[in-house]
Design a protein around this ligand. Structure first.
Ligand code: OAD
Ligand code: ZN
Length: 248
């Protein structure tokens, strides 16, 4: 019944936003954050200020990054990513707002101009001072050879993965775009997020306040279920796969 309801709501909608979290990528072999065995059950997050303050913390952050690399490198888009890419291709989904840094929406063929990366992208690094892009593999080679994280080759600034840490300012353009898309959509799909991290988790509420219907697809309850028109507590791949057969 809820699967049929979802299909009906997507069919009836004119402008859909898909808002994704780590739950869409677990079937691709990338752990989420807050499930048992998730990343934050293994390690406490390294705050932005701590990363800036000490080379030891930077080394620790990069050790973690390199430990995760095989999982990211081998990951391919899952059923959820493919369904969303299809809905973008047929013009049903106008925008994908993601908290994920795994690059899988990009890999699934969602065009850059339809994608908002709220928490950045983990597939490359950049200099916090001048913005120059640095490749993860190059940093790994230097780290393995010297035991230290290299500074920017252009300006000597601190290099960090192009992701947002706790305490780090949000990317302004992405936040503006996400809010604007939330305001004009008529259906807002939350997919695989616990909705506990702000400001990202406020975006579904913006959509709701501007009259969109709100659907939450997640294995377990979320903090915003009370605001939703439909909650589907099931596996995301199972829930989204049927949407791949929808036509324009
Ligand atoms: P969470 O780990 O907080 O939430 C993921 C949700 O997906 C959980 O509620 C899981 O139950 C659910 N889930 C996992 N696999 C699923 C599946 N196959 N089917 C259905 N549900 C599934 O991850 P996010 O909400 O994305 O930010 O986390 C938000 C932010 O917190 C992240 O972007 C990251 C993190 O700290 C930063 O690092 C800034
Ligand atoms: Zn630099």
């Amino acid at each position: 019944p809820s699967a049929a309801q979802l299909l009906h709501m997507v069919r009836a909608a004119r402008r859909v936003v898909a808002f994704t979290g780590a739950g869409i990528s677990t079937e691709c072999g990338i752990p989420d954050f807050r499930s048992p065995g998730g990343l934050w059950s293994q390690n406490r997050p390294i705050a932005f200020s701590a990363y800036l303050a000490s080379p030891q913390m930077r080394a620790e952050a990069w050790r973690r990054k390199f430990a995760m690399e095989p999982a990211f490198r081998n990951a391919r888009p899952g059923r959820g990513h493919r369904a969303i890419a299809h809905l973008v291709a047929i013009g049903k989904v106008a925008c994908v707002i993601t908290q994920n840094i795994d690059n899988l929406h990009q890999m699934s063929g969602v065009p850059t101009d339809r994608l908002v990366e709220l928490h950045g992208n983990g597939s490359y690094a950049h200099c916090l001072a001048c913005g120059l892009r640095h490749e993860i593999d190059e940093i790994r080679l230097i780290f393995e050879a010297t035991g230290a994280v290299p500074d920017c080759r252009a300006c000597g600034g601190i290099v960090k993965t192009a992701t947002i840490s706790f305490g780090q300012p949000m990317p302004e353009a992405a936040m503006l775009r996400a809010r604007a898309e939330a305001e004009v959509c008529d259906l807002f799909l939350v997919i695989g997020s616990s909705l506990v991290v702000y400001p990202a988790a406020a975006i579904p509420l913006i959509a709701r306040r501007h009259g969109a219907r709100l659907v939450i697809l997640n294995r377990e309850p979320t903090d915003l279920d009370a605001h939703a028109d439909l909650v589907v507590n099931a596996d995301i791949g199972d829930t989204l796969e049927p949407l791949t057969r929808l036509d324009g």
